[in-house]
Design a protein around this ligand. Sequence first.
Ligand code: TH1
Length: 794
Amino acid sequence: MKDLTAAIPATDLRSAVLQHLKYSLGKDAEHATITDWRQALSFAIRDRIVDPWFASTRETYARQGKRVFYLSMEFLIGRLLEDAVVNLGLLDEAHETFEGFGLDVRTVMADEPDAALGNGGLGRLAACFLESMSTLGCPAYGYGIRYEHGLFRQGFRDGRQVEAPEDWLSELHAWEFERPEATIPVGFGGEVRELGGRMVWTPDERVIAQATDTPIIGWHGKWANTLRLWSARPETVFDLDRFNAGDYFGAAEAENTARTISRVLYPDDTTEEGKRLRLKQEFFFTAASLRDILRRFDTEYDDLSLLPSKVAIQLNDTHPAIAGPELVRLLHDERGMDLPRAIETARGCLGYTNHTLLPEALERWSEGLMGSLLPRHLQLIERIDAAHAEAHPDRRVTMLGDGDVHMGPLAFSMAHKVNGVSGLHTELMKETVFAELHRLHPERIVNQTNGVTPRRWMVSANPRLSALITEAIGIGWADDLERLAELEPMAEDAGFLERFDAIKRANKVDLAGNLAGRDLPVDPDAMFDVQIKRIHEYKRQHLNVLETIALWQEMRDDPTGDWTPRVKIFGGKAAPGYVFAKEIIHLINAVGDVINADPATNHLLRVAYPANYNVSLAERLIPAAELSQQISTAGKEASGTGNMKFALNGALTIGTLDGANVEIRELVGAENFFLFGMTASEVVARREMHDHARAAIEADPRLARALDAIRSGTFGDRFEAITENVSGQDYFLVSSDFSDYWRASREVDAAWRDRAAWNRMAVLNTARSGWFSSDRTIRGYMRDIWNAEALSIG
Ligand code: TH1
């Protein structure tokens, strides 16, 4: 049938909102709440996305080009409404429309709860990538899990983290299109038998993967891709016989078991807990996605050898690495391709991104668990391993060892390209975790330094700065971010610097208002010094706290001294089971309580730690930040992406030579970056030194005094776990890096007081950070890994 829907006339935004308010939500304007208005606007905006979305799909089919499938356990999307409004260029119209209703559209958009289907950088990167793929017109699908509960909500009780379940689906989620017709069975367990020369896997547990689609619209509304998230459902809804027999709980058992798979996001960031449910989640969404990919392929082609030229599947870390054996199983067991060809074909489709070198985050599953949950996959992994061993008789690695399946080496051997996420990280990958595989496959590892989408992190989060940039260099920079370089000459223009400064100041005032509402009063005349990221020993929030204590002590020694006033802002969650990280949270809050209450210094130094740091809080904090804390132990942070967002928004970085900091410093210039600390190789050497922490403490009376204050109970609790760690084994070299961190921090103080010089450095940070657009990153993946072409619809 001809597409009758193609000719539906567009309505103006005002009528569309009012119609949805009345006919979709059943509310009249008089009794509508902010949430009703927001839902009505969401529906009206969603309507505007559907046509470009359909057009993108049509174009993708017509061109028969290569498609990208991005498999990720996490998509940390945050709010969608403002992104869509901004990308469709409807912000002004929406603003006027809501003014007409007597409402501020920004308040309405801020009512949207965050979709927090991710932990941190890895999940947020996936969200930036989706937006960039749409902006570039790269035909792509994101595949993941539709967790009923995303990352937990963080609260503080007596300064300690408490967790509450997150509940983003408790209200209607306007962005999704349910696809009840798109259901795929996924099996677990059971047995493998030979039948007529073929291996047949008969699972003894089956669940149904059900799809929900969210369109992701790119800049200027020119292209939209699909994020397809899977929910787990039981095969049979309800056991009526058991119910009728009076067994009410038992009747719902199958349903519960199935739904548990997509119930909740694992709240671990760069730590891995070997849990059976986690492996089930991983296989569940990977298997459903691969079947979906093959189903789509089958509608267009009938020659499986074309697969690698039509399908690029990117594995976001090893979480979907079971895709290797599963794709081999589909090709070999189910479609009869011989095993070597099946392995080769699968490898031609698969790419693997590594995001961390931390040993505790490298996934391993015991062969026992793998064999009981995925018996056929374990056999195939053995075959894949054997084939690799045969091809490389001198190899010293294996994907199977110590009774475990090692997912990193498995992903490596099943991918045609393996990438790291910053220059330093990629080099360290070659030297450490994948040294042996790199020797055998020297062409396979490539680098793709991470990036962030400027539409979310500049245009939408920092409208004031974006307007100034547009005024200075014209439109067109948001999807051609290296054009920010045209700002460089303005760094010498006093008038421009003043306006840049005024914008930062206005953003600080906004943030101060927000923090005041959380009972965290701060003075916008002080330097806003921000460390926001997951709480982790390697990220060293405790180094920042020790410096804060030492600074406070010196201020108390000389309260009338010529100090640079600072607000130390922290944000971040700790994995619920990570005891040490939770101690760090408690320490930050305890130190904050004492310092903030000290009348001798609290006009000079304050600590603010708003609870429940998430994407939308980041969108407020980053535009207001002047100093960006990127102080991880060198060699530990694979990349970092917050560091890029800060630099783009004109904050200066105090940081180590770790992850993408290295590249930020190269681009913005060493003189516009506050460097401190040991390098990755110095870190390795220092750990060999006997009693390095003790030596560092003895050599630095400030550090010794700060630690003594903690130990003596100045902050209530004595935090033995932290003081003993930092003065004992100190694996993350907090003590050894302290003196240099203090030195760099005082250089920051001095630099900040020369407003013109500081603003000049800030402008240069913005002007020289355009390379960190995720558009550049995605172009790199398309060129070096996917061999995919950008399309367009006009
Ligand atoms: C992060 C890395 O720690 C960070 O440096 C990087 O910028 C980011 O990924 C994006 O590349 C990681 N997050 C996770 C989360 C899990 C497991 C491993 C990593 S690495 C669950």
